[in-house]
Write a protein that binds this ligand. Structure first.
Ligand code: URA
Length: 268
C-alpha cells in the first residue's frame, strides 16, 4: 500500500468487505505475550522447557471470549435459565462467549409479534440490522415483507429472529463454531415463543435447527419436525430472501413455499 492515498486504502478495504472499524488503534497480534519478561520476549528462541517455566500470565487478556466448549456450555446454562423472552434477551446481551459481539454494534434479538402463529428464522444480521437492532430491515428484509404480504401476513402476525444475533464482520456467513455457541439461545427463544409453525430461511438456519445436512435447494419446500424441549414444531425450510435478490429466477420456488405455508395456516 506504499504511496496509496487514505481514500485508496479505504476503497481497498471496502472492496475486501471490511466496512467497519473495530478499534482506534491497531492490534499487533504478533507481539510477545504480556506475561513474558522483557528478556524472554527478546530471546530469539525458547525451547519448550523454557516456555513451560515462564511465569503465568498476570491477568487474562481483556474481552477474550472463553474457549468454544465453555462458551457453548455457558450458553446452554444461561438460555435454559430464562423464564421468558425479555430475560433471554437480557442474558444474551450480557453473554460474552461469542466473539461476534465484539465487532457488532448491538444485539439484534427479534422483531414482530412473539405471540404470532409463525416464527421466521434467518441467518444473521446485516449492516442495517446492526444499525437498527431489528432483524430483516435491509433489502432482504423488504423482500421478506413482500413475501409475507403475498400470503396476507405482516410483522404483526409473525415473530422474526436469527440463528446468530450479532452481525458477522462484512456480512460473512457465521462459522459453525459461532452458530454452535448461539444455538442454545435461539432454541430457547423458539421454545418461549412457542409458535405454531416455523420457517427457516437459508442453509444455516435450516441445517442447524432441523438437524439436516443437505443443501438448501434440496431442503426447501419440505416440512420437518423441529424438536425443541420435548415439543415438535412443524418447520418449513425455504430460500433466504438475500439469495433471492441474487437469484431472482428462484423466486418462483420461494413463492411455492409461501403458498405451502399459507395452506398449512389456513387449510380450506
Ligand atoms: N439476513 C438475515 O438472515 N437476517 C437478517 O436479519 C437480515 C438479513
Amino acid at each position: 500500500m506504499d504511496g496509496a492515498s487514505p481514500l485508496q486504502i479505504l476503497e481497498f478495504y471496502a472492496a475486501a468487505g471490511i466496512d467497519l472499524a473495530i478499534g482506534d488503534t491497531a492490534v499487533n497480534r504478533f507481539a510477545p505475550e504480556p506475561s513474558l519478561l522483557p528478556e524472554q520476549a527478546a530471546a530469539p528462541r525458547a525451547d519448550a522447557q523454557d516456555r513451560a517455566a515462564a511465569p503465568k500470565a498476570a491477568a487474562p487478556r481483556p474481552a477474550t471470549p472463553p474457549p468454544p466448549d465453555d462458551a457453548a456450555g455457558e450458553a446452554r446454562r444461561l438460555a435454559a435459565s430464562a423464564p421468558d423472552l425479555a430475560t433471554l434477551e437480557t442474558l444474551l446481551a450480557a453473554f460474552e462467549g461469542c466473539a461476534l459481539k465484539a465487532t457488532a454494534s448491538r444485539l439484534v434479538f427479534a422483531d414482530g409479534n412473539p405471540a404470532g402463529r409463525v416464527m421466521i428464522i434467518g441467518e444473521a444480521p446485516g449492516r442495517e440490522e446492526d444499525e437498527t437492532g431489528r432483524p430483516f430491515v435491509g433489502r432482504a428484509g423488504r423482500l421478506l415483507d413482500r413475501m409475507l404480504a403475498a400470503i396476507g401476513l405482516d410483522r404483526s402476525g409473525v415473530y422474526i429472529a436469527n440463528v446468530v444475533p450479532w452481525r458477522p464482520p462484512g456480512n460473512r456467513t457465521p462459522t459453525p463454531q459461532e452458530i454452535a455457541i448461539c444455538l442454545p439461545f435461539i432454541r430457547r427463544q423458539i421454545a418461549l415463543a412457542a409458535p405454531e409453525l416455523l420457517v427457516t430461511m437459508g442453509a444455516p438456519a435450516s441445517q442447524n435447527l432441523l438437524g439436516q445436512k443437505d443443501g438448501i435447494l434440496r431442503l426447501r419446500g419440505r416440512w420437518f419436525d423441529c424438536e425443541i424441549e420435548g415439543r415438535k414444531i412443524p418447520a418449513l425450510a425455504t430460500l433466504h430472501p438475500a439469495y433471492l435478490l441474487r437469484q431472482p429466477a428462484q423466486k418462483a420456488l420461494a413463492w411455492r413455499d409461501m403458498r405451502a405455508l399459507k395452506a398449512r395456516l389456513d387449510p380450506r
